[in-house]
Design a protein around this ligand. Structure first.
Ligand code: XBP
Ligand code: MG
Length: 251
């Protein structure tokens, strides 16, 4: 039983559905531009999401024989172009926040809860999403933006959560994670955090055994109730509110 002081947000799939229409499209644009005969369709990209990190994902596709061999600096350059394409797609305003994200962020910020980001994504890709989908004021409202290669091991390793908590001087017992994927949940769990999962089309069938609450989305008060798929604390949920996060921490 502990007090909720901090919420750490995952980005891709949690703040916004960035994977299918954002990252995937940007990877394909970079592949095409560089003359690689490879296109990641929606189901293929779903498989590849098991590998976190864009550079790691390309490397995996090469190692399994679906892309031509290239040295690591070429992978890094290809990924840098992908990030530029991604930033442009985000700047076009194509990817809105998921339902309830802004509402819960605002509620938590107004309540004085420390807010941070813990993501596998490249920092400049995160910056684009904050600027164009959330709003520039959130650069100051998030107390930490933990992203990408800042830690050696990406999710499902706990490193990015541990790093964010270290930066904030927060303890795991006072921090909750918001995630969308099995790798994200495993990362948060390995860091000792409680976790609420909002699934999406790519992650609906993932294994979230042990997560505190698994829902279809955070939801909104004026929309139909969210689908509750796992409810370890017997919460009464129409849409996920700060009171539910407090209740999970206190249980
Ligand atoms: C999602 C990821 C990322 C993105 C692509 O992580 O695994 O790799 O798919 O971003 P999270 P990059 O849900 O933790 O944000 O190409 O910038 O790696
Ligand atoms: Mg995610």
């Amino acid at each position: 039983m502990a007090e909720l002081k901090c919420i750490l947000w995952d980005v891709d799939g949690t703040l916004a559905d960035t994977e299918g229409d954002g990252h995937r499209v940007a990877f394909n644009m970079a592949f095409d531009e560089a003359g690689h005969k490879r296109e990641w369709d929606v189901p293929t990209y779903g498989e590849l999401l098991a590998v976190t990190g864009g550079k790691e994902r390309i490397k995996f596709d090469i190692e399994r024989g679906d892309m031509c061999e290239m040295p690591y600096d070429e992978i890094a350059a290809l990924h840098a172009r992908k990030t530029e394409h991604y930033q442009n797609l985000i700047a076009e305003g194509r990817i809105p926040l998921r339902p309830g994200v802004r509402r819960l962020l605002e509620e938590a910020y107004a309540a004085g809860i420390t807010l941070g980001v813990s993501t596998t994504t490249t920092p400049s890709a995160l910056d684009a999403l904050i600027e164009h989908s959330l709003g520039k004021e959130w650069f100051d409202r998030f107390a930490v933006l933990a992203a990408g290669d800042i830690v050696p091991d990406k999710k499902p390793a706990p490193d990015i959560y541990t790093y964010a908590m270290d930066q904030l001087g927060m303890k795991a017992e006072n921090t909750i994670a918001l995630e969308d994927s099995e790798n994200g949940w495993k990362s948060a769990n390995a860091a000792g955090l409680k976790c609420v999962v909002t699934v999406n089309d790519y992650t609906r069938e993932h294994d979230f055994s042990g997560a505190d609450l698994v829902v279809s989305e955070l939801g909104e008060p004026d929309r139909e109730a969210v689908e509750v798929m796992q409810n370890s604390h017997d919460l009464d949920v129409h849409h996920v509110e700060l009171k539910h996060l407090h209740a999970i921490m206190k249980d």
